[in-house]
Design a protein around this ligand. Structure first.
Ligand code: XIL
Length: 401
């Protein structure tokens, strides 16, 4: 984010400089060129923003045929097929709903297991109350729990996850590496010991790559103070505490075919070559600006399963507006979900698909609608918890299986 703000600042300065140069008649041809060039960029930027923000609304044809969730046998069918379909509850009460009784059989607590939610960074004391309530309720209901996430350096300042740079700034520079290393070890040890036997799989490191670009490691707070070894340190530590756990490396991609996706594959290979105990790869699957086709997704999944790793789609969602060209966007979205699930579950080693929302009434995308203008409506249930086409299609596919 800071990078874009800086770039916008430089752009504005250049624009002002070229206007001033024009005004004072100095190096006029260069200034003229710059002015035209920068104005063109500005126009393109404005058009792009307007395009992505244009209002949209679609008819909900599915409502006429929507089945009550309790008539679907999804939960049973998933269990029989040994498949997982997950969602991210925000608290234990949400599990007492038709969605979890009849549909989902796996959860990833959306935020409750993150460092900033468990640990008071000032006193280094843990409070597991809220997370425990959710995990206990899930286990009681025979729902699988994914642990998310032990180490997450991205945007920790914005999401107050917590702001580790701010915390470190209270210590002398020479002590910061030791402080952060201690925190990393303490956190992994405390959380894994607390949930031993209850949560059997964890996203150990989340989003190690820069979000955009060619797949460089992000220079997040852990990287800057511990070096790139922070990744392997986290995995080795987790393994030492409980060798039975399934340890995942989780990352977001905007497509599975570019250099960044290749760089991630190379990163995984190099970690495996060093003996780092990675059991699985999590592909987050936030389709927010672009849809990766089911075939592309499956091809990327296979690259990892053929190394003997498990793969899951861990935070799936495809914004409704990405289907705006279809005659019935809700139907097209549903077909996309069914197709991704079907093609991925054909792959040995594929171990689950989790949506990053239960229903369209609560979504982190809507919470950030300045970046993700509505309609997002990315989930399998609508805001009234009615089954959307995706859910019916998945149910039908499992039934025919
Ligand atoms: C998001 C949650 O959904 C929000 O409620 C929270 O404010 C910020 O984090 N990638 C991840 C998830 O790995 O943990 C993020 O979840 C979404 C992006």
């Amino acid at each position: 984010m800071t990078l874009y703000i800086n770039l916008a600042g430089i752009f504005m300065l250049a624009l002002v400089a070229s206007i001033l140069a024009m005004f004072f008649n100095k190096s006029r041809p260069v200034a003229k060129f710059l002015l035209v060039f920068l104005t063109a960029i500005l126009v393109v930027a404005v058009i792009t923003v307007l395009y992505f923000r244009r209002p949209m609304e679609f008819e909900k044809h599915y409502v006429n045929t929507a089945l009550p969730l309790e008539t679907l046998l999804l939960n049973k069918r998933l269990q029989q097929a040994g498949m997982y379909l997950g969602a991210p509850p925000r608290n234990a009460n949400q599990l007492d709903s038709h969605a979890y009784r009849h549909v989902f059989n796996s959860i990833t607590p959306e935020n409750d297991l993150k460092l900033g939610h468990l640990l008071d960074i000032e006193t280094l004391e843990y409070d597991f109350t809220q997370a425990d309530a959710l995990v206990t309720e899930a286990i009681k209901r025979n729902i699988r729990v994914r642990g998310h996430a032990l180490v997450w350096g991205k945007l920790s300042d914005i999401f107050n996850a917590p702001d580790l740079d701010l915390w470190l700034s209270h210590f002398p520079e020479l002590e910061r590496t030791a402080k952060l290393t201690h925190l990393l070890d303490l956190h992994i040890t405390s959380v894994l010991n607390h949930y031993q036997g209850k949560i059997l799989e964890w996203d150990v490191v989340n989003e190690p790559l820069e979000m955009f670009g060619r797949g460089q490691l992000e220079k997040n707070v852990f990287y800057r103070h511990l070096g790139e070894e922070y990744i392997e340190r986290a995995f080795f530590k987790a393994k030492a505490i409980d060798p039975e756990l399934q340890l995942y490396l989780n990352e977001q991609f905007f497509n599975y075919t570019d250099q960044r996706a290749e760089a991630f594959y190379q990163l995984v290979m190099s970690l495996l070559n060093k003996g780092v105990p990675i059991d699985g790869i999590g592909l987050q699957g936030h389709m927010v600006f672009h849809l990766a086709t089911p075939e592309e997704t499956a091809a990327y999944v296979k690259r990892f399963t053929s190394l003997g790793l498990k793969v899951q789609i861990t935070e799936f969602e495809a914004r409704l507006r990405l289907f705006s060209d279809a005659q019935d966007p809700y139907q097209a979205q549903g077909e996309y979900y069914r197709d991704v699930m079907r093609i991925c579950y054909e792959i040995d080693g594929f171990d689950g698909i989790t949506f990053w929302g239960v229903d369209d009434s609560i979504s982190w995308l809507d919470d950030m609608s300045w970046l993700f203008p509505k309609p997002n409506e990315a989930y399998l249930l609508d805001a009234q918890q009615r089954a959307k086409p995706g859910l019916i299609l998945i149910d039908q596919w499992l039934k025919a299986n």
